[in-house]
Design a protein. Structure first.
Length: 166
């Protein structure tokens, strides 16, 4: 599912990079639809960035981290994750839902911060989707990640930093 078949269908994205915003000193996860020169930057918390970075870098920890615990609970209860959906951007805050599937096949929606949803998706190999309206609101079209980050930082207003929600 690289391109949606309808304008309302969520778009599959990959975690393309995890970088540090030099202005706010906050981590930014960069999502990218496959085969598209668009990027979706999402500022995240330091703890969630660490959880994402550990998994991206293949680092194993001696004890389970919180997102590993969540994966373990899902496995123990035979629940699976159908997908993670970043479905809205409300007052500079991204909103996400984790779609769980119970052992009988029923889908259960669980509200989540995008950063936690991404960390869990990485650990479970679950697809990450973004609603088209979110991409329209927040995507950056550039030829490289560096150019995309430069564009994002140039657009950043001081009042945007005040809206950051941990």
């Amino acid at each position: 599912m690289t391109e949606p078949t309808s304008p309302d269908e969520p778009v599959l994205v990959n975690i393309r990079a995890l970088v540090m915003d030099p202005v706010s000193k906050m981590p930014v996860v960069i999502l990218q639809p496959p085969e598209r020169a668009t990027f979706l930057p999402i500022w995240i918390g330091v703890c969630e960035a660490n959880a994402i970075a550990l998994k991206l870098e293949g680092v194993t920890t001696p004890r389970p981290m919180t997102h590993d615990l969540i994966r373990g609970l899902l496995e123990a209860t035979r629940y699976t994750i159908r997908d993670v959906l970043i479905h809205a951007l409300d007052d500079s805050v991204f909103l996400a839902t984790i779609h769980l599937v119970d052992p009988q096949g029923a889908v259960i929606d669980v509200d989540s911060r995008p950063s936690d949803a991404l960390a869990v998706a990485l650990r479970t190999g679950s697809p990450v989707l973004v609603a088209p309206q979110v991409l329209q609101q927040a995507e950056v079209r550039e030829s490289s990640e560096e150019d995309a980050m430069r564009t994002v930082l140039e657009r950043l207003r001081p009042e945007d930093l005040g809206d950051y929600e941990m």
